[in-house]
Design a protein around this ligand. Sequence first.
Ligand code: FAD
Length: 161
Amino acid sequence: MDDRMFRNAMGKFATGVTVITTEVEDQVHGMTANAFMSVSLNPKLVLISIGEKAKMRDRIRQSKTYAVSFLAENQKEVSMQFAGQIKEEREFEFDWLNDMPVIKDALGVLTCNVVGEHEAGDHTLFIGEVTDIRLKEEVEPLVFYQGKYRELTALKESIPN
Ligand code: FAD
């Protein structure tokens, strides 16, 4: 199977968009990621998958902590910035939760301690135990599908009352 077929197939799975953040020696680093999932309720565990070429991988290995910010529908530029898709260098004003840098105005933010690390091909899976959560109500998510950013639209109620 060729790489394009695999990429196309994975692109058929719609996701939200997150920015992973961590701090090493007072330097904040952020990276856009959609490979995020909830893993366990008790204990509360989540998972992210970071590519071997991403600088974020070694930064999380050093800090042993990371935060996940779920981007809102008006934060496409934030996603592009932390994916390295905006060429000029831009300052970014981070917000803070539990002494960790997070993305301001994200619709959900959680902080984690790394409790597991697994090599998986050319990516590394970091399991995080959730230490804090902050949510914003009445904000819609940014959606990523087939390589494009989208908005979420509710389906019309199809079951008659
Ligand atoms: P860099 O390339 O150094 O950082 C990325 C960019 O973030 C920088 O160019 C800079 O603009 C900005 N930035 C970082 N820190 C700061 C700061 N303190 N202040 C201001 N700006 C800052 N890759 C994965 O490994 N896993 C995924 O799940 C994943 N999902 C993705 C989903 C989407 C929708 C997209 C678009 C990309 C995804 N990527 C994923 C790719 C990943 O976002 C890029 O490869 C990214 O550039 C890798 O970042 P890096 O850690 O190497 O750091």
